[in-house]
Design a protein around this ligand. Structure first.
Ligand code: SF4
Length: 251
């Protein structure tokens, strides 16, 4: 039976490289979509609208922007008591610093894409994810028959540097990193980028955390467990976390 080829764009560097491969005619998905969580960094959409969508449209591919709220009722809290924070935030609730699970990846992105694809009548699906060879550990095994994953960049032996080279060869500007503006998985460099270059996103993240604290004063966006606007964002105080822009949200 034919499997539907579904590209789940993460919106970042690797996804731009997949878009380039499509624009060059090397690969062509049956369906292409990116989920809008409602909290994406502002630069993601400006890059999408200016560069990616027109390039794909020129080769007959529509990149659908799927609004998470139309396919998922859960937002920040879930669980049996509807009081479990679904973000990978840092928490001092137990006395020690702990990190919560990133349920948001599943609820806000992966499940949303699946529901949208089902609404489009898919049967068996190969979901394309923008993971490059330097992130090979993020590949996952197939579970069941319906939803399989494919990795077009890994199939071509491409690493992140190759992705940037390809995007530049297309004449496109370097893609911005893509993730929610308040994602606790940001590195120090990403937080600085948001603070210094995307002031609206930075202020939204600070406000977001203040809102969080009204319900749970133990939850923080930065690993030092201090309010974001007081955090040390120096590189030496950085911690490496998984990002969502390469498709991590979908594995
Ligand atoms: S970018 Fe971060 S906050 Fe947003 S869905 Fe992914 S893990 Fe969750």
């Amino acid at each position: 039976m034919i499997r539907t080829q579904l590209w789940a764009s993460g919106g970042g560097v690797q996804s731009a490289a997949i878009a380039a491969l499509i624009a060059m005619g090397e690969i062509k998905p049956d369906l292409a979509a990116i989920v809008d969580t409602g909290r994406e960094q502002s630069t993601t959409w400006s890059y999408m609208d200016a560069i990616i969508v027109p390039a794909l449209s020129a080769v007959g591919v529509t990149l659908h922007r799927i609004y998470k709220n139309q396919f998922e009722g859960r937002d920040l809290y879930g669980g049996a008591d509807n009081n479990t924070l679904l973000l990978p935030a840092f928490s001092t609730r137990g006395g020690e610093v702990g990190k919560l699970s990133n349920w948001c990846s599943s609820y806000w992105k992966r499940e949303v894409i699946k529901r949208w694809a089902n609404r489009n009548g898919v049967d068996l699906v190969d979901t394309w994810l923008g993971i490059s060879v330097d992130e090979i550990g993020r590949m996952q095994k197939h579970r069941g028959q319906k939803w399989h994953t494919r990795y077009p960049l890994i199939e071509r032996g491409m690493n992140r540097g190759d992705c940037i080279t390809l995007v530049r060869r297309m004449g496109w500007p370097d893609p911005p990193r893509s993730s929610c503006y308040m994602c606790p998985n940001h590195t120090a460099q990403e937080w600085r980028d948001i603070r210094d270059n995307k002031p609206a996103d930075w202020h939204a993240a600070i406000e977001f955390e203040r809102d969080l604290h009204r319900r749970d004063p133990h939850a923080f966006l930065h690993h030092d467990c201090v309010p974001l606007d007081q955090a040390d964002l120096d590189e030496r105080n950085g911690v490496l976390f998984a990002h969502c822009d390469s498709g991590m949200c979908f594995v």
